[in-house]
Design a binder for this molecule. Sequence first.
Ligand SMILES: Cc1cc2nc3c(=O)[nH]c(=O)nc-3n(C[C@H](O)[C@H](O)[C@H](O)COP(=O)(O)OP(=O)(O)OC[C@H]3O[C@@H](n4cnc5c(N)ncnc54)[C@H](O)[C@@H]3O)c2cc1C
Length: 370
Amino acid sequence: MKPKQLVLIGGGHAHMVTLANLASFTRKGYRVVVIQPSDYHYYSGMGPGMLGGTYQPEEIRFHTRFIVESQGGEFIRDKALSIDPVRQQVNLEAGSKPVRYDVLSCNAGSSVPDLSGSNQKTTFSAKPIERLNQARQIILDTGRNQQMAIAIVGGGPSAVEIAGNIWQLTTKLTHPPKITVFTGTKLMNNHPERIRVMIRKILSQRGIMFVEGSYVDSLNGGEIYLKAGRRFKADLSFSAVGVKPSPIFSRSGLPTGPDGGLLVNKYLQSTAQANIFGGGDCISFQPQPLDKVGVYAVRQNPVLFHNLMASMDEETLQVFSPGGAYLRIYNLGGMQGVFSKGPFMFSGRFAFWIKDYIDRKFIRSFTMNE
Ligand SMILES: Cc1cc2nc3c(=O)[nH]c(=O)nc-3n(C[C@H](O)[C@H](O)[C@H](O)COP(=O)(O)OP(=O)(O)OC[C@H]3O[C@@H](n4cnc5c(N)ncnc54)[C@H](O)[C@@H]3O)c2cc1C
């Protein structure tokens, strides 16, 4: 008889504890296979800091392949295309052979809608995080010789973090760029007024401009077209218009929530398939909607790990409780942060320092010595 096989799609934030404890599966004689398009997983919380030059790419990533293989698991560098719950297998984008599973866990994250049309070279998205490093290089190379117009489309946390960190990256260039944030609604629309004021003040003092109240229709040929009909020039643009869960589940005919994420119950288990689990941005949590923030992916870790083991062992599942208010700190570049938790809100270096401390600690706690 073939040994039981656990398959993980994506080594994202919700799989960190499972990946760190992979050996506890292989020691029991279970096979573990991890599918991910890159050998590394990048930590999004530090992505804008990498764009701004505060962190090097090596400081903000996990070597997923090494973590898996050093504990006796198999790593497949590929993208999961769809899931066949009847045959219990995952179809891959490049690989011709599907991957069989007894238990499957999905942590394939989300992506930012692409507004670029065909102009991939001068248009970037807030995700995947690793591409922000290419953007950094282009900004530095071009900005030495000419003044660029850089557009950031979107008015939420990743848009303001990208704008602030591009400013940090370019302050010492001979020709610093013109940075404009295009936001369909107000800047940081769903956030408390005090947070909005703090962020706007920090960014405006640096000369960053805002075009508010009209959605961007498309980015093409170095131009930005607004739905309201206006046009702007942009040498480089970033789409940070919010995220959508991975399309794997809708393609597979599995039940999904209103946002297209895998619909899971209080055990982080598919509402239709008892041997499929998930966490992070790619799920839609049936008991209550959850913000697409890394905090929930991190909180789901221990329950997901427990439930995957329990499902392999045919033991009792644990309930995931999302918990209360969570801490948000925005890295606006120039060592400036904005801190918000419940009624506590402040900005400045100390806020940045707390975020930097938490983020570095998170990376350290899931890094394995090679
Ligand atoms: C710029 C930016 C900054 C952010 N800052 C913060 C912050 O400071 N704090 C916070 O709480 N949240 C932050 N967020 C939100 C946070 O990034 C997400 O909520 C978090 O990344 C979700 O984690 P995840 O593991 O579900 O997804 P991801 O981090 O996207 O990880 C998914 C993994 O799955 C892999 N994958 C993708 N598709 C497939 C596939 N088809 N098959 C196999 N593998 C696949 C990817 O390569 C990746 O390794 C930020 C988001 C952005 C864009």
